[in-house]
Design a protein around this ligand. Sequence first.
Ligand SMILES: Cc1cc2nc3c(=O)[nH]c(=O)nc-3n(C[C@H](O)[C@H](O)[C@H](O)COP(=O)(O)OP(=O)(O)OC[C@H]3O[C@@H](n4cnc5c(N)ncnc54)[C@H](O)[C@@H]3O)c2cc1C
Length: 256
Amino acid sequence: MRIAADTVFVCGGAVQTPALLRRSGITAAVGDSLRLHPTLKLVARFPEIVNAADMGVPVHQVKEFAPRISLGCSISSPPYLALGLIDHPAARRTVAHDWPHLANYYATITGEGRGSVRTLPGRRDPWVRYRLTAADRHDLADGLRRLGEAMFAAGATELYPALPGGPVLRDPHDLQHLPKVFPAGAGGLMTIHLFSSCPMGERRDTCATDSFGRVFGHPGLRVSDASLLCGAPGVNPQGTIMALARRNVLHFLGQL
Ligand SMILES: Cc1cc2nc3c(=O)[nH]c(=O)nc-3n(C[C@H](O)[C@H](O)[C@H](O)COP(=O)(O)OP(=O)(O)OC[C@H]3O[C@@H](n4cnc5c(N)ncnc54)[C@H](O)[C@@H]3O)c2cc1C
């Protein structure tokens, strides 16, 4: 089936949008500059009850070290706690009973590394790569240590960092057992914030779209998602992404 349209908005997110464009032969500055917020997590155990079935995602963050490092609490329902304890099997077995005393916390960094999104013949999923810089690996270790300090100051009795073979921390002195620099290639790293794989701007050598999301050289084709962000913002991105989408749609409608 063939569908014709004067204008197409591509909004598949920072991985799928560049993959779709590249599969369509549109490759200039597409998928070359993926940015993200690399994140490390730990599970903390408290003597008092800190978790509830309807807790949702707590919205408070520690921004004292921002934009380099942000600390916060993330979704802590029992399945997510079990996932967070994947490197600590003995503690994982306590989740079903102890979950009200446990919660997931994170240290996330702005990240100065870069990655790419590519498509491979015969493979449905795109190939995503990202390289941490030395500063990123330092900030990740620093963030995890500061997160541990905050947890002990808040009364935590045990910390389980998401590091393969990582130690269980029971005392602020145990924080010295954490790596001083996040080891290259170590597991435990995650992210939920990805951007910049089709950056917008007026420089055709580095940008996939103009400042309003119009793909260079392809009239009628627009990008409208996290791919447009020009870098890692260092804050939760959803508000910015929605504001940009609204601005670009108003521009499209001639109402800006
Ligand atoms: C678990 C989690 C928690 C988060 N919490 C927060 C938060 O608290 N605050 C915050 O600011 N941000 C948060 N984020 C980040 C935020 O959700 C993203 O930055 C934002 O949603 C990105 O918007 P987007 O439009 O680029 O992509 P998305 O919201 O991912 O939208 C892309 C859409 O395209 C669809 N799609 C992809 N490929 C195709 C295809 N080929 N065909 C059809 N459809 C396709 C996908 O199914 C999806 O619906 C969180 C993310 C995750 C994963």
